[in-house]
Ligand binder design. Sequence first.
Ligand code: DON
Length: 585
Amino acid sequence: MRLLPVPHLLVTLLATSLPAQQPSLAPTRATHAMVVTIHHDASDAGLAILKQGGNAVDAAVAVGFALAVVFPQAGNIGGGGFMLIRDRSGKTHFLDYREKAPAAASRDMYLDAQGNVIKGLSTVGQKASGVPGSVAGLAYAQKHFGKLTLAQDLAPAIRLAEEGFVLSPGEVANLHAARLTQFPESARIYQRNGDFYQAGETFKQPDLASTLKRIAANPDDFYRGAMAKQIADFESRSGGLITSADLAAYQVKDRKPITGDYHGYRIITSPPPSSGGIVLLESLNILTGYDLPKVGADRSPAQVNLITEAFRRAYMDRGDYLGDPDFASMPLKQMADPKYASAWRKTITPLKPTASADLVRPAGFMPPAPKLPETHESTETAHFSVVDADGMAVSNTYTLNFLFGSGVTVEGLGFLLNDEMDDFASKMGVPNGFGLIQGPANAIAPGKRPLSAMTPTIVTTKGHWYRRAKLRYVLGTPGGSTIITTVANNIISIVDNGLDVQQAADAPRFHHQYLPDELQVEKRFPINITDQLKTMGYTIKRSGEFDENNPGVWGDCELIAIDPKTGELLGGHDSRRDFGKAAGY
Ligand code: DON
């Protein structure tokens, strides 16, 4: 591929003023297996299962249930997510256990009589929840791909719920969330009715422990048994929409991951209803035509410019075309077409932004874009990565959507319900809290899955035959609309710029999503670089800039690399969160 020239003098000038990298610790090393998650107790749970002879899927299932106990703001059994699995022979599966809209959901359910969005209805309270998929997803993964029993994989989570775990200052602060206070059962469990937990106290969840025990005995109880009835009864008396029929109809989808190539690597990633994989591949396809390290160093203005322009273009397509594949047909082939990427590249000017308002899609590739509506995505999710001693890998991202989901705990069962309905488009043409504008493919409909940005991803070498390809990286992150650019930036940091997984996890993040037309950067992003980007014409939005209590960071990338020379596993845990851990043996 021909590499595009960039004005040489300017590149030299810009490349000399590199961002001061935050000092990063070395990656955690292990010779057999590795688990990296946002919570040390969950990482230890996964590690214990691996040491008991479980494989990567067993460990992932153990982590998934353990995070539902120790990281209730996003770890869950009342939400949903995606699990990407690559087994030791190289076969891949993408388990879609995303929530589904209840049968009573309808396109305009969050609008008032005047057609305006009713603030908060899709984010807080009983009407915000989709039919949860996490129990079905984790149980499906265990049954089809695990080696131990579901009861074995659930044992650490049950123990953590029953015996409790010690709260850190950060976790205690999170438990003050206002949306929990609004709902008596949530206020009772997480806030002791106002007698808030203190750092160092042990937090026990007996209701959740007994729910997990029932799931261990029979996961189908959640969907078709006595537990399903308890959930449906609670929904009906509290004004929720989820019925026994919705629960009974829930199904996990075992989908084919989407794949693409980037600089000699194969990227295995998330298909719809995630928008993540295709937007990631479209961005990387555009960037594959550049020699980024020649253009400038990691996070230099010249690199940030090209990467941002790729994001801008891929996010434009995301908004216009993507939704649930079971409901909408999408031009995925066209979006992933290298010729399309090459046509996009011709519209990028080095060292200069294209205004989103002026962006014109190259002619002759894509079908006409349907008209624009709106949707929401947002702010707490959990990603974890696992590799076992046989080289089986799991990349899992799951969520309640916002912090603590809808805020509603199912009475007697001790778990929070999601507010994933907010990921649908509520109204045409109105940008959401994240400023995202998306297409009719993502309108609300009964039984439909909302479009997601979650992008669990696995990177291998590019063998001609997939069995020969070697596992190289496992990664993913939370972060709502920033998930895809964070995954892309980590791949670019590693593949193009030679950062190790810990440096990549810790590197300051930047993000562009087409609209609003602003380059978002973390608070820690070097000011000398953003000053130069401003001079080039970018509008910069620095996260948490005017709030000293806001750390101004996003995401939580949890990565594993396999050292090609020694076969060692290298874990990169995102240092933005102080209670996570890369655990290996
Ligand atoms: O599925 C999605 O894309 C969103 N519900 C994810 C939300 C999220 O990542 C919030 N995390 N920080």
